[in-house]
Design a protein around this ligand. Sequence first.
Ligand code: 4AD
Ligand code: MG
Length: 469
Amino acid sequence: MIRLQRQKVFDLLKKDSSHLLNKEINVKGWVRTRRGNKNVAFIALNDGSIIHNLQIVVDVNAFQNDELLRKVTTGACISVNGKLVASQGKGQAVEVQASEIHLYGTADPEKYPLQKKGHTLEFLREIAHLRPRTNTFGAVFRIRHALSFAIHRFFNENGFFYLHTPIITGSDAEGAGAMFRVTTLDMQNPPLDEQGKVDYSQDFFGKETNLTVSGQLEGELGALALSNIYTFGPTFRAENSNTSRHLSEFWMIEPEMAFYDIHDNMDLAESFLKYLIRYLLEHCDDDLAFLEKMYDKELTARLNMIVGKQFERITYTDAVEILENSGRTFEYPVKWGIDLQAEHERYLVEQEFKRPVIITDYPKDIKAFYMKLNDDGKTVRAMDVLFPKIGEIVGGSQREETYEKLYGRVKEMGIHEEDVWWYLETRKFGTAPHSGFGLGFERLMLFVTGMGNIRDVIPFPRAPQSAEF
Ligand code: 4AD
Ligand code: MG
């Protein structure tokens, strides 16, 4: 086969390819469909660079390789040399008239699981090694990339530094829910101490370690030196929550800012979310249009709503009052002090305000130890951002910067001082008011793709009983 410069389908369909018209080019990819008759074959080729397929036209009689053409079936991988021409058919601007085809890999039609269209998302989850080849997952993973890129771009444009916080930690930032243990001890025969407990001083790090639930505590150390930082990495939670909004391994973006109070924090969260959605509307229109058609007719309208509306800001106490006076019966009854459930959050966003809502000043007993205590002694400077369809998408707060108050909370909540002594020291040496928040990347992915299950917006979902691929 003659060596020609490979062209990506994206470049041929989305960029100006007029300089290549009527020239021989090369394209490579996977066959989505092959149809036609004994004279002409039409191959729909997809290389993942874009949702659309490139049409390859084969003059069967001139081609003289029936043997090879027979093997060009759905799922097969091919390389095609041919002339790029303006398309005669409708639906595409250009197509390729094949002169040579090389078959990299066949896909036996009897066995290839994606032979037919229209598989359920549940079935595709069972073949997560092949689902990136579908239109749906191609679109989702391209959007995932674009969203990651936009996140870094936003922070870079705004003077934030990307700080890499550890994945293996000796502390428990949130104090809620279980953590995954990291150990090299022999599980069959662990060393024991005098009390008969596992002796972690003999473990790899000389202490108990876990996978992190959040990069925040280390992020704060960075902010109290570099002013504005953010983390963007995997976090791990061993809660046994089998819901459509929870993963055991998910990605979180955590900005942390010195000299920000809770209002600055809310302003940042709001402009950040709007920026990201605007970026996707501008850069992912084809993929969004596909997902809108297939899964969520109101997708673009909802994305535009976020960009166009000011987020409502209310206190927890006011939110509880609204919920109590709503005349609704909720599955979890509402009273001051309870943790708000998704049903409550969605009522506020979807029924009451019809826009994103930021709730502040939650009871201290349902929030983490590091949040700044209000003067009432009962509530903390927490802020959660609630989105339609999702509920909580961002959780954050102004941090307690006074040593004595923070130390008091550590003791009150039974946190081991020896695990967080370094965190406490930042309040002893040059403490500063500061704030930050965590955005659940997959929660935002759920929102922007219109997908219904969080396992369908991450390539290899980790959830209870699920770590096959
Ligand atoms: O509210 P969370 O637990 O807050 C923190 O971890 C803080 N350290 C953040 C900070 O202030 N720097 O988690 C933050 C966000 C949630 O709002 C939610 O979007 C997401 O992370 N999240 C999950 N996403 C998927 N699966 C789970 N199990 C999640 N738990 C939290
Ligand atoms: Mg939270």
